[in-house]
Design a protein around this ligand. Structure first.
Ligand SMILES: Cc1cc2nc3c(=O)[nH]c(=O)nc-3n(C[C@H](O)[C@H](O)[C@H](O)COP(=O)(O)OP(=O)(O)OC[C@H]3O[C@@H](n4cnc5c(N)ncnc54)[C@H](O)[C@@H]3O)c2cc1C
Length: 469
């Protein structure tokens, strides 16, 4: 074998997966067709759960300089009335990080790509496209442009919306009903424009829906829906004309403008044998909630520990829980995004819902662990008494989050961390087994329950996954 895992594509999701696997000591080859990183931003927001995954990759400190804390989003009608207020907390939230971050994507991607060089066993091959693959019982072979081949135990297609691997796996996508062309414009302010504010604003308007996003530093973005009659190539002159409601050419430099077709879809299958897909290769959504890349980040957090367990000899069926769990979770983000998209596109003044909105934290679909009201839910990341973040303390392995840790400490070598989680009281448990991706595997009330959960079929005999247990 050339590597245990092959990753196709070194966008944010492929690069992050390379780091998560590298940290687990898994030999990995990442193949990227572009000779250089894509220098322009697309994603401009990620959430606290994504930051928790960057922490798991050992890169939180490296990512932070390319971010600022997000203020939130306002939905306004054409008369400038606030319809929906989606403000974000300005203090550290349940993930152990802020609820929302603004980000400069090239800075984030640089941190992720540079991070790969920490691992002797992770190789990045740039400027070489994967053109095909073949798999049998024991291995999968990547074919690269120019005839080079690499043999791996598993491959993961992080190769974006037009995924070569998804096609090679013969997997179709379910279209979830949104398809529109939007013009995306990134500007650098030449002088402060405090009046634009720190909130992102969705200008809900049947005729000219648009989005304003406050980027980090002097960066500002506008996104404007194009009419069917408008061309795909928009001249700078027309861009400024469209922006004239908010900003004039003397106030900012145009960094880039591009037309994107925003879609909503999800792959019908996420695994075929030794091949898996993640990120935009597995799902796409319009950017109205800033969740497309976040969903890919959740994918690889879910997949990395399962690949590790299977490579160590555990049941390969564990990999089937990846798509089952992730699909249900991502569909909820896509459905809410599409609903918000309709609001932005169809709202006439005085004819829309009003109120406040809260971030959603959808559960995982059925898969690893029990679904007992706690299992499958995203657990908070508490701090240990000496101030360490729980996932760091547990070294990104399973741990027990317990209201009263002394009841459990003697029974196992599993890390036990004292902490509060509303869900435990709500459902009637006093502790939860937390997986390496931050989701709970199930709730327990005694050491007997814990042993039952760890040996349960739904946890694939966790005792084997975690020899330290
Ligand atoms: C305008 C816009 C705004 C957005 N805003 C947000 C936001 O605020 N927050 C958010 O979370 N998401 C946002 N998104 C979505 C986000 O950008 C994507 O979800 C994310 O970039 C997907 O990452 P990826 O690594 O899966 O795919 P990509 O970024 O597309 O990377 C795929 C990589 O694979 C490589 N590749 C493809 N085929 C091959 C091959 N055959 N061989 C080798 N390499 C190959 C490509 O060159 C590329 O580098 C936005 C998207 C757009 C368009």
């Amino acid at each position: 074998m050339d590597a245990q895992v092959g990753i196709i594509g070194c966008g944010p999701i492929g690069a992050l997966l390379g780091n998560l696997l590298g940290r687990r000591g898994i030999s990995t080859i990442v193949v990227e067709k572009q000779p250089k990183p894509f220098g322009l931003p697309r994603a401009i927001h990620f959430d606290g759960e994504a930051m928790r995954v960057f922490q798991a990759a050992g890169l939180a400190e490296q990512v932070l300089p390319s971010t600022m804390v997000g203020r939130g989003m306002l939905f306004k009608d054409s008369a400038d009335n606030v319809l929906i207020d989606w403000s974000r907390e300005q203090s550290i939230g349940p993930m152990g990080w802020y609820e929302s971050y603004r980000v400069h994507q090239p800075g984030l991607e640089k941190a992720l790509v540079d991070g790969l060089s920490r691992f002797d066993d992770v190789q990045l091959k740039r400027g070489n496209a994967v053109t095909g693959m073949s798999q049998d019982q024991d291995k999968v072979t990547l074919q690269l442009e120019g005839g080079e081949t690499h043999t791996c135990e598993y491959i993961v297609g992080c190769d974006g919306a037009t995924s070569m691997l998804r096609d090679a796996m013969g997997v179709g996508v379910d279209d979830l009903g949104y398809k529109e062309r939007w013009l995306v414009v990134d500007l650098m302010l030449k002088a402060p424009r405090e009046d634009l504010g720190d909130y992102s604003i969705q200008f809900c308007d049947e005729e000219n829906p648009a989005t304003y996003v406050r980027g980090i530093g002097d960066r500002r973005r506008w996104e404007m829906r194009l009419k069917p009659s408008e061309p795909d190539v928009v001249s700078d002159e027309v861009v400024w004309e469209k922006l004239s409601r908010w900003i004039e050419p003397h106030e900012a430099d145009l960094e880039r403008s591009a037309v994107y077709t925003f879609r909503s879809c999800v792959a019908q299958d996420w695994r075929k044998g030794r091949c898996l897909i993640a990120g935009d290769a597995a799902h796409q959504m319009p950017p109205f909630m800033g969740q497309g890349m976040c969903a890919g980040i959740r994918d690889v957090a879910n997949l990395a520990w399962k690949l590790d367990a299977v490579l160590k000899g555990n049941d390969r069926q564990l990999l089937d829980t990846y798509g089952e769990e992730r699909e249900k979770n991502v569909r909820q983000f896509i459905e809410l995004t599409v609903r918000l998209g309709k609001l932005i596109n169809q709202t006439a003044a005085g004819n829309a819902p009003t109120g406040t909105m809260k971030s959603i934290w959808p559960s995982l679909g059925d898969g690893f662990g029990r679904r007992d009201g706690v299992g499958g839910e995203l657990a908070p990341q508490v701090r240990t008494p000496d101030g360490q973040l729980a996932d760091d303390y547990a070294e990104n392995r399973f741990y027990l989050l317990a209201k009263d840790p002394e009841n459990y400490r003697s029974a196992s070598t599993l890390p036990v961390i004292k902490g509060h989680w509303d869900k435990l009281d709500e459902i009637g448990f006093n502790a939860a087994l937390i997986r390496p991706d931050g989701y709970a595997a199930g709730g327990v009330n005694s050491t007997g329950d814990l042993i039952g959960l760890c040996t349960d079929a739904t946890t694939f005999g966790l005792l084997d996954l975690e020899p330290s247990l």
